[in-house]
Every structure is written in structure tokens, then in C-alpha cells.
Ligand binder design. Sequence first.
Ligand code: FE
Length: 335
Amino acid sequence: MKSFISLLTLLLLCVTSAPSLATEKTELVVYSARNEQLIKPIFEAYTKETGIKIRYITDKAGPLLQRLKAEGAHTKADLLITVDAGNLWHAANEGLLEPLNSEVLTTNVPSALRDPENRWFGLSKRCRTIVYSTERVDPSSLSTYEALGEAQWHDRLLLRTSKKVYNQSLVAMLIAEHGEPAAETIVRSWVDNLAAAPFSNDTKTMEAILAGQGDVAVINTYYFGRLQQKNPELKLALFWPNQQGSGVHINVSGAGVVKGSNNKQEATRFLEWLSSPKAQNLFADANLEYPVNPKVQPHAQVAAWGTFKGSDINLGKAGELQSSAIMLMDRAGYR
Ligand code: FE
């Protein structure tokens, strides 16, 4: 009888421990605000290398954050991937992300591009920089974001809507650097120089320069890259502003491990892999972005845009000051 019981105990131990080990190893669930066509090849590469399957859903950042909040501790999600530091900051601020203690991540991701409490990590960089008409603008007349408010750009500046988080992050970083009153003066001077009402997206903003509606604009580098791929003779060029001062405004797409995840170790390992040299080009190049890992070279088309100094103010400020930025833009009449 005694040996029967110990045999039974042994059997029970086997059935309870074996399957959990097996499932733990084989699947991760990702909620992603980054487009499916950009993430799917990366997930497939990871599965091929490790055998770990990745299930995912994609949606805009807002609905994904709402969903994570509603699911709380019962969520099936292990990892959240989203664009813009403002969104990542909100996820962390809502308590949806787990602080990670990973030397791999803190080595691979520069400190300005990750949460000071290590709840989110940038995985690819995009610059929100100046683009100009090569037919009507001498680049030597350009210098800084602030100087786009000078009289020489009157009726020549084009901007995307202030409703877009990219511009909210840009203005939040201006507040971080200059303080609110000075940042408001800058935004007002931009509004005074607008040649047309703000556009709904970066591509339309650049197309308006090509159509002669204006001469300079502020856009994300990868949208410029997409236009350039369609038309290598594009009459537009990028300019890197603020090189004597704070540097180009950088933003990221990035990720964090979800607080309710049952599989934090595997999720962290996947995040570490995403920041590693072998995955960084897969992650960044598909969208013509810059790798965050300083050891990794960007795609040749991106590298051809030249080198620049980027801002090293921590991107968490983009989230922290987002509501101030929204109110400031409203006061300044930036629609
Ligand atoms: Fe975008």
C-alpha cells in the first residue's frame, strides 16, 4: 500500500509538472500596435530559432491599452509592442508593464530610449526631423526646429495635425528642454508661419511640398524613406536640426513585458533577443528605421541620409509632458 501511494505521488508529480514545462516553452502572446507586416517576419524568425510559437493580435495603441487594463491579472498577453514613447509611457504609468532587471536590455538599449524604471525599452528609432524642397530651399538657411518660426519661413512651413502623438511627443520634448512659456512661443511662431492647414499624415505633408504648397516641414524619417523608394529622384531632402545644441528629436517603437503575464521569463528573453544585433536589423529595416542598439548599422538607404546627433533627453518626458503639450498646442492655435 505504501509503495502504491508513493508511486501514485510520483505519477501525480509527473502529470502536474511535465505539461506546465512543455507549455511554458512553446508559446508567447504579443499585443502589438506595430503593423502585422512588420512584426510577422520577426516572430517567424524567433520561432525558427527557439521553437517558441508567438500568437499575436494587432490594433491601435489606445484599444490595446484599454484591453490590457480590462483584462488585468487575467490577461493572456506576455508582451506589448507599440510605437511612440508617449504610448509606452502611458502603458507603464497605468501599471500595465513589469519592471525588468536585465543587463542585456540595459546594455543593448541606450538609457535615453528606455524607461528609467526599465518597464519599457525602445527597439527601433525614428527621427522627427526637418524635410525641405531641394528646388526652393538652400539647406544653409536651416538650423533648428525653433528657427522654423523665423520670418524667412513665413507662409512656407507645413505641419501634420497636432492630434498625432508624434507631434505631441515633439512638443513635449520642447517643453522638457525649454520650459513651457518658451516652448509655447516656439509653437506659436510655427503656427504663424503655416502655409496651409495641418495635414492628416506625414506623407501628405511631404506631397504638399512637392505640389508647391510650402517649402519645409517636420516629418518622421521612415515616411521620407517610403517616398524615396517610390521615387529615387524625389525633390526633397532631410535636414538634421539642432546639431549645435540638443540634437534631433528621436522617438521609438518599443516594448515591455505585460504585468499579468504568466511567462515573464520567456517574454524577457524574447525582448532581449529583439534588442540583440541579429534581430535589430530585422526589426528596424522593415520600416526604414534606425536600430537602437549602437552596435548595429542601419539599412543602406537609411545610412545614406547621413549621421547626426540625436537628443539624449529621456523619452519618458514625451509621456510625462504629453498632456501639457496637448494643452499648449491648443492655446497656440496649432490644430
Ligand atoms: Fe508612423
